[in-house]
Design a protein around this ligand. Structure first.
Ligand code: KG4
Ligand code: ZN
Length: 333
């Protein structure tokens, strides 16, 4: 008999549903919430309301696109956390209702673990053990992945996440939220000629708040002599910011490779959609003899395919959740 999993993702501002049959993805549908642009960041209450509007149509679309019937679904996997509590509640409650109505098991999924397992949605898949640099709007981690469900976080950010470094510096420059993709696009036409300092943090942990402050002071200084400094140099500022964020990430990754001896290297999370980071990782990999794994764009940012995939591995191990399960805003791997 085949195993069909419905995956639900609602941790931040994207409502997503996916159908997976025996580990093969049949559909992955996402409703993005454009509404947050006007506020310069995700407004939690607005996000929860939008999830409530989107969840039924998105799940319906995923089921229709997969060409299956509701009564063929064997389990529902949902994001339990980490994320915005109001957003998580919508996905968790929907998953519980669906599982109850169909009398099928529930599977809880850690969103950060799912970002790593996005590498198992399709080929090529990394072999174990591998290291994953998970870079999103809320997290920056280096994870040693021993098996599908055995992961050890060996590095974390001590302040802002890499995605926040993009979004917050973008905000200083007057760019729309989320600024990451905008900086990525503008940086392609610029030169990284402004040199922002690299933070000196011992060990493998990351820090990005100093970078944000140094960019703020730099721009304030330049604007004093030229009020149009930002608009006149936008592409070069973006290229310089991106260049420094990438070098912070890759220098720590190189250190982690030295420390662990693991040369099977993957990247995941929203920031792994960054074209500069993707190119730099590939070049480093070729130079240093790493096998690198870079997910397709749609599996970098939040998506339910990665939730359903994680759910599938838990289903195989019989790891089900009870109906008393609650969403968790802070949920460690
Ligand atoms: O994983 P994700 O979709 O949501 C979270 O779980 O946080 O990551 C969102 C983050 C945002 O900070 C966004 O600016 C960043 O990923 N991002 C990018 C790019 N695309 C998304 N950052 C840099 N370059 C990109 N192309
Ligand atoms: Zn995410």
């Amino acid at each position: 008999m085949s195993t069909i999993i419905l995956g639900i993702e609602s941790s931040c501002d994207d409502t997503s549903a996916a159908i997976l049959k025996d580990g093969v993805m049949l559909s992955n549908c996402t409703a993005n919430q454009e509404v947050h642009k006007a506020y310069g960041g995700v407004v939690p209450e607005v996000a929860s309301r939008a999830h409530q509007i989107n969840i039924v149509p998105v799940v319906d679309q995923a089921i229709r696109k997969a060409g299956i019937r509701k009564d063929q679904i064997n389990a529902v996997a949902f994001t339990r956390g980490p994320g915005l509590i109001g957003s998580l509640i919508v996905g968790v409650t929907f998953a519980k209702g669906f599982a109850l109505a169909r009398n099928i098991p529930l599977i809880e999924v850690n969103h950060m673990q799912a970002h790593v397992l996005a590498h198992f949605v399709e080929d090529p898949k990394p072999s174990f053990p591998f290291m994953c640099l998970t870079v999103s709007g809320g997290h920056t981690q280096i994870v040693v992945v021993k098996s599908h469900l055995e992961m050890e976080v060996i590095a974390n950010t001590i302040d802002d996440a890499a995605g926040e470094a993009f979004d917050k510096t973008g905000k200083i420059m007057g760019l729309d939220y989320p600024a990451g993709p905008v900086i990525d696009r503008l940086a392609k036409q610029g030169t990284p000629r402004f040199k922002f300092p690299e933070p000196k943090i011992d060990g493998l942990n990351f820090s990005f708040s100093g970078l944000k402050t140094s960019i703020l002071y730099f721009l304030q200084r330049e604007i004093k002599t030229n009020p149009n400094f930002i608009t006149e140099n936008m592409n070069d500022i973006c290229a310089s910011v991106q260049d420094r964020i990438i070098s912070i990430l890759l220098n720590k990754l190189k250190k982690a490779v030295k420390q662990t001896g693991i040369k099977e290297i993957a990247i995941a999370g929203g920031v792994s959609a960054n074209s500069g980071l993707r190119q730099a990782l590939q070049e480093h990999g070729e130079e240093l003899g790493w096998n690198t794994y870079i997910p397709r764009f749609e599996y970098c940012t939040d998506n339910a395919a990665m939730i359903a995939t994680t759910g599938y591995y838990k289903f195989l191990k019989g790891e089900f959740a009870g109906h008393g399960i609650k969403p968790t805003a802070r949920y460690k791997i």
